[in-house]
Each structure stands twice: as structure tokens, then as C-alpha cells.
Design a binder for this molecule. Structure first.
Ligand SMILES: NC(=O)C1=CN([C@@H]2O[C@H](COP(=O)(O)OP(=O)(O)OC[C@H]3O[C@@H](n4cnc5c(N)ncnc54)[C@H](O)[C@@H]3O)[C@@H](O)[C@H]2O)[C@@H](O)CC1
Ligand SMILES: [K+]
Length: 497
């Protein structure tokens, strides 16, 4: 599903007017109709609705809502923050002036108005919000957030920056956000998701042709997309049909990482699995992954060639340790020509040894923000405040697939597309869930998916399975090892569509 940037919205706006001859006043009316319909679904005509109308077009949408609800018989009061000297908001302000709707621009009355209200329509800022907040707005936002009223945000919760930024760390916290015409990037990033409440994308009459033809480079992973990516299972098949994979990792004390990755690979349909681990770990791996073939680390790495010949994909890094593994890591990055997931200490070795020039299109890198920081030299804050751009720039520069993990994971391709994943929950924030993900991606590449496809499906399935488990277990008790065990439920849900 297409996801739009603030710049795209401006462009769409202009095209509506110039190419499709649709005045924005019509779109504003549609926006108002859609918001008022959402209110009617939840609140009856006895309800008291406070409209907070900002000075731009977002405020104009709010003024339309005020008129429509007033006409329907709702008790409506408006606190407006603009002068409305020109444009569509002025037209709607003038119309409202001709009606007997209570209006004030006195912010000092906000406390009383909030006490009076049952529903607050947050039409203070939309996608035109920029920069910092002055104290007056910080106070307004705090009062709304502390009011315990039902808040419905128009387009975006007010104060949400264009990416994952927050200015002065405050955003209006909505119960529901009705976003207009199309999905916006910032709503899908963590700050947007935390503050939007239930998210509804509302059709406001933007031309179908325009929206279909408009090119974007950010997408939301949908159930349908995941379904289409599932590797096909065929009746007449054998283990060779579903590919051979290899997990390289597991230093002393970290055998669990390999076991988790291996369980995930085995439970996601791989044909044959090898694990390559330190000799001392062979027994523990064999005991826990009876379907895999365990290879003890040979003295001469050249001995690995006979295994690698038939191996379609590798995951290197789970539990590997950065100590004494430089030669091994370099061997794989330089010699292995199949698809390869580089995870955990594989990423740290990549960063420590400055091997960025060896990253190529066969590689899927799966850093969390701290590992990304080591890879890029950016701070964690710089990465998390604009993860889409950071991920995109890296994948294009290094011609690889990058999975930047987070509560919204960004999968960036070498072509510059970014896929956002919103499955998963805070129960995944436990050491080991990344190993499961690495095993899944490796498994899907062994089964014939491209690097991008495997990353998209792996990330989606990983989060979806966690969500399914959490429905029964809650978030506290979710363990990475639960995911391979319950993976069949994730697959089933994807297959159903
Ligand atoms: N794109 C479209 O096709 C449509 C957009 N509509 C609405 O228009 C909105 C965008 O309208 P605008 O571009 O007028 O922008 P907004 O209404 O989001 O905000 C812009 C106003 O806020 C002020 N502002 C921005 N940052 C500020 C800050 N940090 N502190 C104080 N003031 C600040 C600006 O000076 C300007 O007056 C959308 O979010 C949506 O609600 C709808 O009317 C329907 C059609
Ligand atoms: K808003």
C-alpha cells in the first residue's frame, strides 16, 4: 500500500487544482463530512463537541465539522486560533459566522471548554506543521492530553513532525485519527503510532487516476502483499526444492542464538539446514535442532567450500561474538556469492573491520538502531528520528537490502524503496528475537525469494506471529523461542489473507 510524504501531499494538492480542476474547498468539505461521520458513529446528537481549529487548512476542516455537526443538532463549541484572512478556511469561517455557533479565540477559556465537552476535534495542525512549538501550543496540547476526553484528530495528531520527530516532545494524543485521502509516513512511525489511536484512512474524493499514477517510494506491508510472497509448496517436491541454508554463529555462551535462528528456518519451510558453530557447541546444537546438520568449525576454512557449493543462503552473525571471528567473517563476505543475512555480531564485525565496500546486492543487513549507529557513524537519535531516510540512503549507497529494526521496521531496497512493517509488539523486545528473524529471512531466500521479498515476508511474519501469541500470553511472557513454535499460526493467518 502506498505511503505518502508531506511533500507528496502538497504536490497532490497542486495537481488536484491545476490538472483535475478540483478546488480544494471541495476536498475540505469532503474532509469535514468524513470526520463528522466518524463522530456520528460513536456519539449521539446530545453530545457536546469542542472543535479546536488551527490557523491553516487543518483548522478549515475543523470549521466544516463544526458547521455540519451544528446542522445535525449536536452541541458544538469552537475554539479557533487563526485570523482566516484568505483561502478556504476563511470561506468556512465566514459561513460559520452566519450561524449561531458558539465561537471563541480565547485560549484562557480552554480549561472550561474541555470540562464542558465530551469529544474534542483536534484540527490544530495537519501536514503543514513545521518546526518548533511555542509555549502557548505546548499548554494547549497538554490540556487536551490531560482532559481525558475522546479526541479525534483530523489528518494527523497535531504536532506530529514530518518523520518520527517530536518537537518539545509533545503531540496531541488521539483516540482516533481520520487521515485524509492517503496514508502518511509519519503516522506509521513509532511516534505517530503512539499518538494516533485508531487510524482510519478516509476517501475525500482525490482523483483515482491521480492516486494510482502518483509514484511513491514508501509502502506499508499489507496482509495481501505477504500472502503473495509466500514461497509456493508443490505436491511433487523433495528437500532440494526448498533450498539449503547455513547459519554461521554461536560462540560459547551464545548457542541459543543459533538454535533460535535454526528453529525459525526449519519451521518456515527450508529444505535442508546446516549450522556452522564452534566445535564445543556441536552437542548442544545437535540436541536442540535434530533436523539440522551441524558442522564444527574447521581449521582450514577452505573445507567449507563443499558445503557452500550447494547452499543457497547464509545467515551469519547470530551469537557469533566479535572476538577471534574476523577471518571467518571476512571469508564469508569475500567468498560467498549466494544470498546472505548479516545479523548481530556479523554487523559489528562489518563495522569494526570497515568492510562497507564489500556489502553487495546479495546481502540483507538486519541492524537495530545501535548496530546501525556503528555502521553509519550516526547517533541512535539521528537514526530513530528519521529511520526511513536513514535506511533508504544506506541501502542505495551500499546496493543492498537493509532491515532497520524497530517498533516500525523499515526494509529498504537497493532501488530506494522502503517497506514499513507494523506487525509485532513490545513483547519482541527480548534478546533472541533478532536471531529468529535472521533465520526466517535466510530460510525464505533458500526457498527462492529475493533478498527484498524474504526480508519483507520474514519481518511481517515474525511480527504477526508475535501478535498472535500475545493475544493469549500478553506481552510480558512472550519469548523469542515461542515464535518458531507458533509460526504455523502466522503462516495460516497469512494464507487466509
Ligand atoms: N491535501 C489536501 O488535499 C487537503 C488538505 N486538507 C487539510 O489541510 C491540511 C494542511 O493544511 P495547511 O497546509 O494549511 O497546514 P496546517 O493546517 O497543517 O498548518 C499550517 C498552519 O500552521 C502554522 N504552523 C505550522 N507550524 C507551526 C508551528 N510549529 N507553530 C505554530 N504554527 C505553525 C502555519 O503557519 C500555518 O498557518 C491537511 O493536514 C488537511 O487537514 C483538507 O482541507 C482536505 C484537502
Ligand atoms: K490535527
Amino acid at each position: 500500500m502506498k505511503v505518502f510524504k508531506p511533500g507528496d501531499i502538497k504536490h497532490i494538492d497542486n495537481l488536484c487544482v491545476d490538472k483535475y480542476q478540483i478546488p480544494t474547498l471541495i476536498l475540505m468539505e469532503h474532509a469535514g463530512i468524513k470526520i463528522s461521520e466518524e463522530i456520528q458513529k460513536k456519539f449521539n446528537k446530545e453530545s457536546k463537541v469542542l472543535i479546536m481549529a488551527g490557523k491553516g487548512n487543518n483548522g478549515g476542516d475543523g470549521l466544516v465539522v463544526a458547521r455540519l455537526l451544528y446542522n445535525l443538532g449536536y452541541k458544538v463549541k469552537v475554539l479557533y486560533l487563526g485570523n482566516y484572512k484568505t483561502g478556504d478556511s476563511k470561506i468556512n469561517f465566514d459561513i460559520l459566522n452566519s450561524l449561531d455557533v458558539y465561537k471563541t479565540n480565547s485560549i484562557a477559556d480552554l480549561g472550561e471548554l474541555l470540562l464542558w465537552s465530551e469529544v474534542v476535534v483536534d484540527a490544530i495542525f495537519g501536514v503543514g506543521f513545521r518546526g518548533n512549538l511555542v509555549q502557548e501550543y505546548i499548554d494547549i496540547f497538554s490540556m487536551i492530553n490531560n482532559s481525558k476526553r475522546y479526541v479525534i484528530s483530523v489528518d494527523v495528531p497535531s504536532g506530529l513532525g514530518s518523520s518520527n520527530y517530536t518537537f518539545n516532545n509533545i503531540v496531541v494524543k488521539a483516540n482516533k485519527t481520520v487521515t485524509l485521502g492517503c496514508l502518511k509516513e509519519n503516522l506509521l512511525l513509532p511516534t505517530g503510532r503512539e499518538n494516533s489511536g485508531e487510524l482510519v484512512v478516509s476517501d475525500i474524493g482525490l482523483p483515482k487516476d491521480l492516486m494510482e499514477q502518483f509514484e511513491v517510494s514508501t509502502f506499508l506491508i499489507t496482509p495481501n502483499m505477504a500472502k503473495e510472497l509466500l514461497p509456493k509448496r508443490v505436491e511433487n517436491s523433495h528437500k532440494g526444492t526448498y533450498g539449503t541454508g547455513l547459519i554461521v554463529g554461536g560462540s560459547l555462551g551464545m548457542s541459543g542464538a543459533v538454535i533460535l535462528a535454526a528453529q525459525a528456518a526449519l519451521k518456515s519451510g527450508i529444505g535442508l539446514l546446516y549450522t556452522l558453530v564452534s566445535e564445543k557447541l556441536v552437542d548442544v546444537i545437535e540436541n536442540n535442532c535434530i533436523e539440522s546438520i551441524t558442522i564444527p568449525m574447521p581449521k582450514g576454512l577452505i573445507e567449507l567450500d563443499k558445503y557452500l557449493k550447494n547452499t543457497k543462503s547464509v545467515a551469519i552473525g547470530p551469537g557469533l561474538s566479535t572476538e577471534n571471528n574476523e577471518v571467518l567473517f571476512l571469508y564469508f563476505v569475500e567468498n560467498y556469492k549466494g544470498s546472505m543475512v548479516i545479523d548481530g555480531d556479523g554487523l559489528n564485525l562489518l563495522a569494526n573491520l570497515k568492510l562497507h565496500d564489500l556489502i553487495c546486492e546479495n546481502h540483507v543487513l538486519t541492524p537495530h538502531p545501535k548496530e546501525m549507529s556503528r555502521l553509519t557513524g550516526l547517533t541512535v537519535e539521528e537514526i530513530t528520528s528519521d529511520p526511513i531516510t536513514v535506511a533508504r540512503e544506506f541501502s542505495v549507497k551500499h546496493n543492498c537490502t537493509l532491515v532497520l529494526k524497530g517498533s516500525t521496521t523499515c526494509i529498504a531496497t537497493k532501488d530506494g524503496d522502503v517497506y514499513l512493517n507494523t506487525t509485532g509488539n513490545n513483547g519482541l523486545a527480548t534478546g533472541g528475537s533478532g536471531d529468529v528473524l535472521a533465520g526466517l529471512i535466510m530460510s525464505f531466500m533458500a526457498q527462492g525469494l529475493s533478498q527484498d521479498e524474504a526480508a519483507i515476508l520474514g519481518v511481517y511474519l515474525h511480527g504477526l506471529t508475535a501478535d498472535i501469541i500475545s493475544e493469549g500470553k500478553g506481552y510480558y511472557s512472550l519469548l523469542p523461542s515461542d515464535i518458531p513454535k507458533e509460526l504455523h499460526k502466522g503462516f495460516k493467518k497469512i494464507q487466509k489473507g
